[in-house]
Design a protein around this ligand. Structure first.
Ligand code: PMP
Length: 809
């Protein structure tokens, strides 16, 4: 039965029951009073747009977060010591949460142990984690939580700036006897604010996310994010969720209410992970307002403790039911039937839906939340969120630097060697292709059409490509499994679009990884999961663990994208053993493999077999490029997709359908020129590329030799500098002892006249801060030698300043 009470009634009952100092402790929460008031007041300013005759029936409040269904988009916030409100503490709260079907986030400072709470919990349990100065304490906490069955970690990232808790200072508040943190050992916790200042790590940076991942397999949410910049960083660092929270109050005048920054943060995250809002929720309508502004769910803190204080387990349950019932009412008044329908159109001041939602009509498009440009122009919030993602800007800073320092030697561009191209040759190639058509019986009209007309979407040089694949790649596939694309880049985009069927599908990529695939995934709103790359490719056990972890989160890994030979950016090559292991795993885990190998046929000596040539059960989709083996100006690539699709034809047919709506067909003129060049090599690329291969081989040799000369042992080890020794391709990885970021690159260009690419650009989920990508393909050998000499001087200088600043701190 519905309760006639409101949360204000419950709050009043709790106030009467509790000792005034304890009341103040709970009322103060972990934050600054002003901030807490501002959070509540921000909700009061939101007006929702009432709608009538929506025909939605009783609204459904269920929602899915991190692969689990919650009865409502509400979880219980991490609040310390529920034992202050009721002796049963968090176990009573967990029972209440279970009865309603919403999760409980157990505080680091819980009064009951994870084990006790887990024993009674029937809804998801998450654990909130502070990062202590003593990392071992944090590690123990996390391991204990994970062992007890907690499903996610919520790392509080604004705690080093904890508010001053004025009321507790005034009251001289100490925890009453018998109230203690049940999951921590050591330290004196009786004065919570003193403890926070003394023991929380004040020097946390984004690497803490990687650290937490190294000690736990659980998803990590970051709590305390208040800006789009930090939200993007959080996603880049690999966060599985974000909690907008101004927990600490930060003592900053004018810290915004959480609701005020929600739209900005949600816009920046753009669906990459769930966004939760914490602070100020006091009514069901507040939950709906938060959803309308972009939250996936809210955290409810103090009201639950009030319920607990006023009526124990039943009191806490009553509070949750009041909020859910009020949410149902609010959804009904707003005319929506499910949580998924909540968006900015619900706001009185939000974008107006174009027309009434007549049954059967298309839903009105909802504009993204966030600010638009003043004066009616375009703002970034009006455009697709990927446009604000740094991955789409990766090369801009580099291009900028290259323009500003034209005399610097650049190890940045991955361009092919082009000395052997001659402009007039392009006419020969076209001629050759036309002759080839004539030999095959094409009439003059058909030849004219082959150059001037729209061509077949799947491409017109597929037979030549199929013959070449058989001759040089040991890949024997039917012509119908080939689609000619606008570079490999289009093949990637088509494969991603086709293979991702819904929001729970994920694409696996190596880390570091070629930005072409991560950028394409971003613009298609495709979620990525990373598998660390190693010198021999990858660790099969890690791939398996990542797949299982993703499945445990309710996600479906679809395919693993790899560059098996002389990879961009690392230069590493997958061993033969790992190629076999990958195919075996793909079969066992029901994954596809996307193989992209543009460098193998411009590398010296015998190459390892392609994954596709080893593929016995059609697990491999090959994404091909002729940019390195023919010429990049053609923009010709291809996909080999011989996978049968039940009830349809081959996957290649489905890629063709997509292509017909993106590029219609690859330019016939380009295909003709590329085919002419292939014909000039009598269907093989080895001969055509002999000169280029010799150049690349020499370039890699010269670069490695110069590195050895300028950074000899034992100096190299003393500095902490290492590099790999690729047997081919364009790239190598140089590990350095300092942060190789944009600022370091700017110093390198300006003071030492040498440009390179920060490896961090290629880490889809953060990492690579101490590595550099060197590309050797484009400079002359003399430039490479001089470039390495400059680079060595730059490294010496940075290492000197790194150790100087290290000793100073
Ligand atoms: N894949 C990888 C691994 C690459 O390094 C590159 C080019 N730098 C490409 C694909 C791009 O291929 P295309 O020019 O055919 O689009």
């Amino acid at each position: 039965m519905r309760s006639a009470l409101t949360l204000a009634d419950v709050e009043e009952a709790a106030r009467r029951r509790l000792d005034p100092a304890v009341w103040d402790f709970i009322a103060g929460g972990a934050g600054e009073e002003r901030t807490l008031r501002a959070n509540v007041e921000a909700f009061r300013k939101v007006r929702l747009r009432p709608r009538v005759l929506a025909g939605a029936g009783r609204p459904d409040t269920a929602t899915r977060i991190l692969g689990r269904t919650w009865a409502a988009p509400v979880a219980i916030a991490p609040v310390a010591y529920h034992t202050l409100a009721d002796p049963a503490g968090e176990t009573a709260t967990a029972e209440a949460a279970g009865a309603v079907g919403v999760p409980l986030v157990v505080s680091t400072f819980a009064g009951r142990s994870f084990e006790d709470v887990a024993a009674v919990a029937t809804a998801p349990l998450w654990a909130q984690v502070y990062c202590f100065r003593d990392r071992e304490e944090t590690r123990r906490l996390v391991e204990r939580a994970e062992r007890a069955g907690v499903e996610a970690l919520v790392l509080t990232v604004d705690a080093p700036h904890l508010g001053r808790r004025h009321r507790d200072l005034r009251n001289g508040f100490r925890l009453p006897d018998g109230i203690a943190p049940a999951n921590l050992s050591g330290a004196d916790y009786s004065s919570p604010s003193g403890h926070a200042a003394a023991e929380f790590d004040p020097a946390l940076d984004w690497s803490v996310v990687g650290w937490l991942r190294s000690v736990s397999r659980l998803p990590v949410l970051l709590k305390g994010i208040l800006s789009a910049e930090d939200a993007r960083q959080a996603v880049a660092a690999g966060a599985d969720g974000i909690v907008v929270s101004n927990h600490g109050g930060r003592q900053l005048d004018g810290v915004p209410a959480t609701l005020e920054v929600l739209a900005e943060v949600a816009g920046a995250v753009a669906g990459a992970c769930p966004v939760l809002l914490d602070g100020g929720v006091r009514r069901g309508a507040d939950v709906l307002a938060a959803l309308a502004l972009g939250a996936d769910a809210v955290l409810l803190g103090r009201p639950v403790l009030h319920g607990l204080a006023a009526g124990g387990r039943e009191g806490a349950e009553r509070v949750l039911r009041i909020v859910v019932d009020e949410l149902v009412d609010a959804m009904g008044l707003a005319g929506i039937g499910s949580v998924a329908e909540a968006g900015p159109a619900l706001l009185w001041d939000g974008p107006r839906p174009a027309a009434a939602a007549v049954p059967g009509a298309l839903a009105a498009p909802v504009a993204p939340a966030g600010s638009t440009a003043p004066g009616g122009g375009l703002g970034m919030a009006d455009l697709h969120p990927s446009l604000s993602d740094p991955v789409l800007d990766t090369m801009n800073f580099l291009n900028d630097i290259t323009r500003r320092y034209p005399r610097a030697i650049s190890f940045a561009p991955g361009r092919p060697y082009d000395e052997h191209f001659e402009t007039e040759q392009i006419f020969d190639y076209l001629r050759r292709y036309l002759d080839h058509l004539e030999e095959r019986g094409f009439t003059p009209e058909q030849r004219r059409e082959a150059l001037f007309q729209y061509g077949p979407t799947r491409g017109q040089i597929r037979e030549l490509i199929a013959d070449w694949l058989r001759a040089e790649e040991d890949v024997d596939v039917p012509v119908d499994s080939i689609v000619v694309t606008v570079g490999c880049q289009e093949a990637m985009a088509l494969a991603l679009r086709a293979l991702i069927s819904g929001p729970e599908d994920v694409m696996l990529v190596a880390s570091p990884c070629y930005v072409g695939i991560t950028g394409a995934a971003r613009i298609l709103d495709i979620r990525l999961a990373a598998v660390a790359e190693r010198e021999d490719g990858f660790d099969p056990a890690e791939l398996e663990a990542v797949v299982r972890e993703q499945r445990a989160l309710g996600r479906r890994p679809r395919a693993f994208y790899v560059v098996p030979d002389h990879a961009n950016p690392s230069g590493n090559t997958m061993s033969l053993a790992n190629r076999h292991a990958l195919l075996e795993l793909a079969g066992r885990l029901d994954l596809l493999v996307l193989e992209d190998s543009p460098y193998r046929l411009v590398s010296p000596g015998r190459q390892l077999p392609t994954l596709k040539s080893l593929d016995r059960d059609r697990r491999v989709v090959q994404l091909g490029s002729f940019s390195k083996t023919l010429f990049p100006g053609a923009r010709v690539g291809y996909a080999v997709a011989d996978q049968p699709v039940a009830g349809a034809g081959l996957l290649a047919d489905e890629l063709t359908k997509l292509k017909s709506m993106i590029t219609v067909n690859t330019s016939p003129l380009s295909q003709a020129a590329a085919a002419g060049m292939l014909l000039a090599g009598e269907g093989r690329l080895a001969e055509i590329n002999a000169e280029a291969i010799a150049h690349y081989e020499g370039a890699m040799r010269v670069t490695l030799k110069a590195l050895d000369e300028h950074l000899p042992e034992p100096r190299r080890s003393a500095l902490g500098v290492r590099w790999n020794k690729p047997s081919g391709g364009f790239f190598l990885t140089l590990n350095v002892p300092f942060r190789a970021d944009d600022a370091a690159l700017a110093r390198s260009a300006e003071e030492f006249g040498v440009i390179w690419t920060p490896m961090s650009y290629f880490y889809p989920l953060g990492g690579g801060e101490h590595a550099i990508r060197l590309s050797t393909s484009y400079p002359t050998h003399a430039e490479l030698e001089e470039g390495v000499a400059r680079l060595a001087r730059f490294i010496e200088s940075e290492s000197g300043s790194a150790s100087a600043s290290g000793s100073a701190s």
